[in-house]
Ligand binder design. Structure first.
Ligand code: URP
Ligand code: ZN
Ligand code: ZN
Length: 462
């Protein structure tokens, strides 16, 4: 064996037990008590630590051209952040350009990522232009390992808007081939109307970034989720609602699942841990993301949703913009580049505010941030599991390590952080991708280009 992780407590989505893990050729070779090293086997000491399958951040936007700029974390820096944060696979998006094919976007995105990434990666497609060519290329793309496709129910000005017929068509087509449609669910017509109603100079001056809240009442998300669920119910297609931010959203997905609709919900740390008070300060614009951060009561419902299983996945929606990029807003809330840094802190935040505070169990944390994304997006059990033959994608997590969040000490390419100054207990000690240590004690020590594209199987709801 190349290495043995010794003395740790293994934590999976369903179990917690003391054992060693033997690794050979990047795979888990053996799991057992007191494994015996061979000559030359490296021993990785995990005494007092949790040994978990590497986290999977199934929602990142690295180097995304968006809101008139490009998101500040590249495939290089964004996966450095993953490497220190216990995240061994990220899934980005290849968003179709108008008039272009999905395949072209996927090839471009792959060329950007290959040679740059420190951890493994995959891609979701992003459907913005529905036509016969798009319809026919879907089956081929799914066969080539990309089985999930995001569609945006907003962002008309980016040229990304998916209309209801597009959603119905795409749900119908993807279900034939083991594909899934992910929706950014916000109600475009009402949203655009509210934005146009509140964009006078006087209101901008009076309310600043708080206008982001005024123009996005919870009904904006709820109506769109309900509509997308209606289309999933009508077509029998598989639907995944990304970045759910409202309690209403959780209730709608839960009710739909109870009547047999193929639908899943994802939420993000910003919706679990922050509330819309952040928009009131002088730096309120920094926190602008879509959907915007809601109320404490929404966070509570989202935590409850994770606990009861009506929210199945946590991803980060990482879309980093630094203070200079955010300053492009110049007081106009419609011009803020929308998005936040995220991957690096996903696991420590879930542990500190979820597990330590008794909101979710340790097993549930592994389930929602590793095993479920692997299952849903066709990577299980190669990823998201501690089983013989699986990729040795492992995070060794120190529950006693205390860290104060400081963007200056982080790998993410951002000069601020939404959780700056927050005290965390519990932090990744080592991150291992296919047997190789890529992150150690807050520093990326891997090689750029080590990460590989993960060819995925069918995407499924459950
Ligand atoms: O504001 C966000 N979330 N930016 C990234 C694009 C998206 O909608 O996911
Ligand atoms: Zn979105
Ligand atoms: Zn996103």
């Amino acid at each position: 064996m190349d290495s043995i992780i010794k003395g740790g407590t293994l934590v999976t989505a369903s179990e917690k037990y003391a054992a060693d893990i033997g690794i050979e050729d990047g795979k888990i070779k053996l799991i057992g008590k007191d494994l015996t090293p061979e000559n030359g086997t490296e021993i990785i000491d995990a005494t007092g630590k949790y040994v978990m399958p590497g986290m999977i951040d199934a929602h990142v936007h690295l180097s995304l051209p968006f809101c008139g700029t490009i998101s500040a974390d590249s495939f290089e820096t964004g996966t450095r952040a993953a490497a220190v944060g216990g995240v061994t696979t990220v899934v980005d998006f290849a968003i179709q350009t108008k008039g272009g094919t999905l395949k072209e976007s996927i090839n471009i995105r792959k060329a950007e990522a290959d040679g740059e990434v420190h951890v493994d990666y995959s891609l979701h497609g992003g459907i913005t232009d529905w036509n016969e060519r798009t319809r026919t290329e879907l089956s081929e793309i799914i066969k080539e390992g990309i089985s999930s496709f995001k569609m945006f129910m907003i962002y008309r000005s980016e040229g990304w808007l998916a209309t209801d017929p597009m959603l119905v068509e795409a749900l119908n087509e993807t279900k034939k081939f083991g594909g899934m449609i992910q929706v950014h669910a916000e109600s475009v017509d009402l949203l655009d109307f509210l934005i146009s109603k509140h964009n006078s100079k006087e209101e901008m001056k009076e309310h600043g970034a708080w206008l982001h809240v005024i123009t996005r009442p919870n009904i904006i998300e709820a109506e769109a989720i309900q509509r997308a669920i209606t289309w999933a119910e009508y077509t029998g297609g598989h639907l995944y609602v990304v970045h759910v931010s409202t309690g209403e959203g959780v209730n709608l997905v839960k009710a739909a699942k109870a009547r047999g609709v193929n639908v899943l919900a994802e939420t993000c740390p910003q919706y679990l841990l922050l509330n819309d008070e952040v928009f009131k300060g002088e730096n309120g614009h920094l926190y602008a993301t879509c959907p915007q951060i809601k109320k404490e009561s929404d966070s509570q419902r989202l935590w409850q949703g994770l606990k009861e299983g009506s929210v199945q996945i946590v991803g980060t929606d990482t879309c980093t913009f630094d203070t200079k990029q955010k300053a492009m807003w110049e007081g106009d809330f419609t011009k803020i580049p929308f998005g936040l840094p995220g991957t690096e802190l996903m696991l420590p935040l879930l542990y500190n505010d979820g597990v330590r505070k008794g909101r979710i169990s340790l097993n549930k944390m592994v389930e929602v941030a590793s095993t479920n994304p692997a299952k849903v997006f066709g990577m299980y059990p190669k990823k998201g599991s501690l089983t013989i033959g699986a990729d040795a994608d492992i995070v060794i997590f120190d529950p006693a390590k205390e860290v104060t969040v400081d963007h200056q000490k982080m790998e993410t390419n951002c000069d601020w952080n939404p959780f700056q100054g927050k005290q965390l207990k519990g932090y990744p000690h080592l991150t291992i991708v296919r047997g190789k240590v890529v992150g150690k004690e807050g520093r990326c020590i891997g090689e750029k280009g080590y990460g590989k594209f993960v060819k995925r199987g069918p995407s499924v709801t459950f």
